[in-house]
Design a protein around this ligand. Structure first.
Ligand code: HEC
Length: 154
């Protein structure tokens, strides 16, 4: 008699984790352009691996990464010395939990060497705070220029 109840309780406890599976969501929403391991495609889709981790060195960069996912990005950028001038569509349908989980996955999986020692994983609350500022893909591009300048990214 007890076992089904225990199973139910376990499933309910795991449900929030299942809702925000960064690896699965990366595969579903991001890998088609940025590649299965975040490597990108030179000149077309910028890399996330061994690159995006640099942005979290500043709070503005944490805001920027969250904004790229939620609001998209449009305008010329350079990443690892290569130029990109494309358009990333907004993924406004992602929940704050999903955005946090995808970023945490991409950063911890492929950017270990670039993360500051005191790196704190993104939380849904943090993403909610950044999301409150409604931006266009072009606004996010302006934000990136400021962050890249501050951090000296090329
Ligand atoms: C349809 C293709 C496409 C998809 C899907 C996509 N992106 Fe992008 N992404 C791009 C393009 C193109 C750019 C560069 C835009 C530009 O040149 O302004 C970009 C830029 C970025 C950047 C900024 C890199 C930098 O150096 O500033 C990050 C981070 C990023 N994408 C992460 C993601 C994540 C995470 C997902 C999944 C939620 C995702 N992207 C889904 C095409 C895509």
């Amino acid at each position: 008699m007890r076992k089904p109840l225990l199973l139910l309780v376990t499933l309910l406890a795991l449900a929030p984790l299942a809702l925000a599976d960064g690896a699965a969501d990366y595969g579903k929403f991001c890998a088609s352009c940025h590649g299965a391991t975040g490597q990108g495609t030179q000149g077309v889709f910028p890399p996330i691996a061994n690159w995006a981790g640099q942005f979290v060195k500043a709070d503005e960069g944490r805001a920027y990464l969250s904004h790229v996912l939620v609001f998209g990005l449009q305008g010329q950028i350079s990443a690892l010395g290569k130029t990109y001038n494309g358009f990333m569509p907004p993924f406004a349908q992602l929940s704050n939990e999903q955005v946090a989980a995808i970023l945490n996955y991409a950063l911890s999986e492929w950017n270990k060497d670039l993360l500051p020692k005191d790196f704190k994983p993104f939380t849904a609350d943090e993403v909610a705070k950044y999301r409150a500022k409604a931006l266009s893909p072009a606004d996010v591009h302006k934000e990136r220029a400021e962050v890249a300048k501050k951090l000296g990214l090329k």
